[in-house]
Design a protein around this ligand. Structure first.
Ligand SMILES: Cc1cc2nc3c(=O)[nH]c(=O)nc-3n(C[C@H](O)[C@H](O)[C@H](O)COP(=O)(O)O)c2cc1C
Length: 214
């Protein structure tokens, strides 16, 4: 037993290190209004831990989901973790009688779309606003409020000329990217397109979040 206790105090435990680093990254967003947009990809389940870490750190987290995203994880999960209503449609004014996307966009300090699908990249690159996530983003002034995109898709989808063209357009338009990573994919292949890990998303958000006072 003593041996085991000695070993555990000397051996770094990656899961614990990652959890501590995620918590300290999230704490940089205490008191900040964070918008988390979620699209219809398998990696949507991983964003539950991002929303939870942000809420635990004292950020005010608003979650918006595309209709496809609600097929992967129930909005109720994100409502419970964020402690706030989840936006799933432009036509539900869940918080106020004002146009909610304008109010939400104006009060957001930092936004992230994770997972960001191939289709969402295409919609954003085309300047479309026909679901609640792209609608809220359309009202965000990116010169004041950073918008991070965390692509997540199969390696072939990621390497499509259309996807790469859209990524270039979006960078030029002031969107910032985190990931994708290379590794195991839900389609049981290995390649580039896997969503960056939750700790990486939290660290990128902490780095990009404007200082209090803006
Ligand atoms: C089981 C399943 C998994 C999917 N995973 C992804 C994914 O990881 N990335 C992606 O870009 N599209 C994925 N798709 C396709 C998107 O869900 C589809 O393009 C959808 O229209 C995206 O809608 P949204 O961008 O509004 O959320 C998946 C579809 C299915 C049925």
């Amino acid at each position: 037993m003593a041996d085991r206790a000695d070993q555990s105090s000397q051996t770094p435990r990656p899961a614990l290190v990652a959890a501590v680093s995620a918590a300290s990254a999230a704490s940089a967003m205490s008191g900040r209004n964070v918008l988390v947009g979620i699209c219809g990809g398998i990696a949507a389940y991983k964003v539950a831990s991002v929303v939870s870490a942000l809420a635990q750190a004292g950020a005010a987290v608003t979650v918006a989901m595309t209709p496809s995203a609600t097929r992967f994880v129930a909005p109720l999960t994100f409502q419970a973790l964020s402690g706030r209503p989840v936006h799933t449609s432009p036509w539900e004014h869940v918080e106020s009688h004002d146009p909610q996307h304008i109010t939400l966009a104006a009060r957001t300090h930092l936004a992230i779309v994770a997972p960001c699908t191939m289709d969402c990249l295409a919609r954003l690159a085309a300047g479309r606003a026909d679901d609640v996530v792209t609608l809220i983003l359309s009202a965000i002034d990116r010169s004041r409020t950073p918008v991070l995109l965390a692509p997540s898709m199969n390696a072939v989808m990621w390497s499509q000329p259309s996807t790469q063209r859209n990524v270039r357009l979006l960078r030029d338009d002031g969107f910032r990217f985190v990931g994708p990573d290379e590794g195991w994919q839900a389609c049981r292949t290995v390649g580039v397109g896997r969503m960056a890990e939750p700790e990486t998303l939290l660290r990128a958000m902490a780095e990009q979040c404007p200082a209090p006072g803006r």
